[in-house]
Every structure is written in C-alpha cells, then in structure tokens.
Design a binder for this molecule. Structure first.
Ligand SMILES: NC(=O)C1=CN([C@@H]2O[C@H](COP(=O)(O)OP(=O)(O)OC[C@H]3O[C@@H](n4cnc5c(N)ncnc54)[C@H](OP(=O)(O)O)[C@@H]3O)[C@@H](O)[C@H]2O)C=CC1
Ligand SMILES: CC(=O)N[C@@H](CCC(=O)OP(=O)(O)O)C(=O)O
Length: 311
C-alpha cells in the first residue's frame, strides 16, 4: 500500500487524479480537511508522511511544497506545475521519451505541460531520429479546452458573456517555451500560438512544416512511419495511418481520456506536412500523466487506472 498526498486536491488537476485513484487498493490517500488544505503546518506534515506527494498547485506554491519536504522523510514527488520541468535533479515525466526505468527510479518527477506533451510527442522522436532538424524555426499552433487554465479560466468560460474563442500568448514568452525547446533538443525557441475554445477539455496541438525547404527534404510518410515505430506497443500514444481522418474535432462535453493520438498529414508533392496531436489536457496533459508516472514509480502496471480506449 502506497500513501499518496495530493497537495492542491481541490483544484482541477487534483480532483481528476483522485478520481483515477478511487477504488485502487494499492493506494491510500492522505486527505486534509477543507479548512486545513492551505495550512502550511498541515501540508508540511502530510507532505512528509506520504510515500508520494503529487503537487497540483500554482508554480510558487509547488516550489514552496517541494522545499517543505525533508529529504530524510523519503517522500517522492510528482509535480504537475511548470516549476521544475527543466530543473536540475528532476526527471521529466514523459516515460515514452525519457524511458520508463528513469521515471520508475526517480525521486522527483516533473509532469510535462499539456501543450508541450503534444509538441514533444511529435517532434522529439523525429529530431532524435535525424528526420527533422534541431535548428529549424518551429511553429506550434494549439487550441485547448478551457479547463487547461484551471479554476480561474473555468469560471471565466462558464459565466454569461464567455468568449467564443480566445487567442493569447502574444508576449511570446509563454511558460511552456523553455520546456519545448529543452526536451526536443532544439537550438531555437518555437513560436507558440495557443488558444482556448468553449469546450471543457481536450486539445489539438499542431506543427506545420515546410518539408521542401529542409535540407534533407523528409517526406511526411517517413515521419509517420518513424512515429509508428517509436510508439509501437504503447497503450497511451497511438499514431494514425495516412488518410485516417479528414477533420479533427474537440467535443464540447467530451469524457476524460488518457490517450494521445498523433497524425501526420502530408500534401501530394511531399513539400508540406502538418504534425498534429489530439489529447485531453487533463488526461495525458496532466492527471492521466501523473497517474501513469505514479504507477511506474510504485512498480505497478503502467496504465492501471487510466482511461483508455478498449484495446
Ligand atoms: N488544468 C490543466 O489542464 C493543467 C494544469 N497543470 C498544472 O497543474 C497545476 C494545478 O493546475 P489546476 O488544477 O488547473 O489549477 P486550479 O486553479 O484548478 O487548482 C489549483 C489548486 O491549488 C490550490 N492552492 C493554491 N495555492 C495553494 C497553497 N499555497 N496551498 C495549498 N493549495 C493551494 C487552489 O486553491 P483554491 O481552490 O482555494 O483556489 C486550487 O484548489 C498548475 O501548476 C497547472 O499549471 C498542468 C497541466 C494541465
Ligand atoms: C488554456 C490555458 O490557459 N492553458 C495554460 C496551460 C495549462 C497547462 O498546461 O498547465 P502547465 O502550464 O502547468 O503545463 C496556459 O496556457 O497557461
């Protein structure tokens, strides 16, 4: 039995992690009463008595929580915030990319961001395979369900007069830039154009590519074949065949899902490609990824408790 404390358990990500752990006899949740959930002493106590602490907090509170853990307590950490995603001493919790063994052994795991999960799932293996250049000026266009912005954005999108579409990130300093660059092994930061639609969950992350302008002129079919091979055997990430779909949708009231689907679309002449990932920001983009990492850290079947399509 592993004891788990979710710090930030009343938030969007924390609640979905708890839902995935419900009924699992391998875990015992440490729960603070509502009046104590922001009480520093109670949190310190819970953080140090848990086998695993899962931080579902804003960045500053996550840094504070990580610092509250006494190394001698033996508590291992999964941080869902963006505070430690490129920090020394933290394992980047994307097992398909960093290796399942590394996550399994890590004491401090930083969960990937939702948008970076889609970007990295597509680009990192292709850069690694030498099919895409690491010095290309990549662009990422993305659309997210509004739960991606946590309680504050949920409130904004669920009130009268909520926007029909929100485009943002115009300072070109989004907190996900360094994570995308670092874990794809890129020389330059990407241009990132995120947006939000009035659907609760789900996201589509796209990288448009002028393949014909690249030195080795890779073909879309070769990129797709390479991704197929990379994710062979994965129950979480799947790669669709050529021509599988003509459009991609986000449903307004989609159920949660911990799967991620990848697509490579290419034009007739092989000059252009659109790499696309569709995932649930609260699934593989946050809570599902945290549970996948938790399973690995506790030496349990990787996909136990995850919401995945029937095999
Ligand atoms: N939503 C998503 O799709 C994703 C979120 N993340 C990351 O996960 C983290 C949590 O996000 P999310 O669940 O969306 O955010 P929410 O705003 O929905 O929840 C955050 C929770 O943390 C609580 N909290 C804030 N400060 C403290 C503190 N000092 N001590 C204890 N609790 C505190 C809040 O309390 P209160 O309820 O009182 O406000 C709230 O319940 C963030 O870092 C976010 O960037 C990562 C990937 C995707
Ligand atoms: C729709 C929306 O607002 N999304 C959030 C990112 C959500 C997320 O991934 O959180 P992390 O930053 O912890 O990864 C944003 O763009 O800031």
């Amino acid at each position: 039995m592993h004891s788990v404390f979710i710090d930030g358990a009343a938030g969007t990500t924390g609640l979905e992690i708890a839902a995935r752990l419900e009924g699992r006899s391998e875990f015992e949740l440490i729960v603070l009463e509502d009046a104590k959930r922001k009480d520093a002493a109670a949190r310190r106590d819970a953080l140090n008595s848990a086998d695993i602490a899962i931080l579902c907090l804003p960045d500053d509170a996550a840094i504070e929580a990580a610092n509250m853990i006494n190394p001698s307590s033996g508590t291992r950490v999964i941080d869902a915030s963006s505070a430690h995603r490129t920090a020394a001493g933290w394992c980047y919790g994307f097992p398909e990319l960093v290796g399942r063994e590394r996550v399994a052994e890590a004491r401090r795991v930083s969960n990937p961001g939702c948008y970076p999960s889609g970007f990295l799932a597509l680009v990192a293996p292709l850069v690694r395979a030498g099919l895409l250049p690491n010095d290309w000026p990549y662009t990422v266009n993305a659309v997210s369900g509004y739960s991606g912005g946590g309680k504050a954005l949920i409130e904004r999108f669920e009130q009268d007069g909520a926007p029909a579409f929100r485009s943002y990130g115009y300072d070109m300093a989004h907190k996900h830039l360094s994570e995308m660059k670092a874990h794809a092994g890129l020389k330059h930061s990407v241009i990132f154009a995120p947006s939000v639609v009035p659907a609760y969950r789900g996201m589509i992350v796209e990288i448009p590519l002028h393949l014909g302008a690249m030195a080795d002129n890779p073909h879309a079919d070769a990129l797709r074949a390479s991704l197929h091979k990379f994710y062979q055997g994965s129950a979480v990430v799947s790669v669709h065949d050529k021509g599988a779909v003509g459009e991609l949708l986000l449903e307004k009231n989609a159920p949660s899902s911990d799967a991620m689907e990848l697509f490579v679309f290419g034009n007739e002449g092989g000059w252009h490609a659109r790499l696309v990932a569709r995932l649930d920001n609260l699934g593989k983009g946050a809570s599902g990824a945290a549970v996948q990492n938790l399973n690995l850290m506790c030496d349990l079947p990787e996909t136990a408790g995850l919401v995945l399509p029937a095999a």
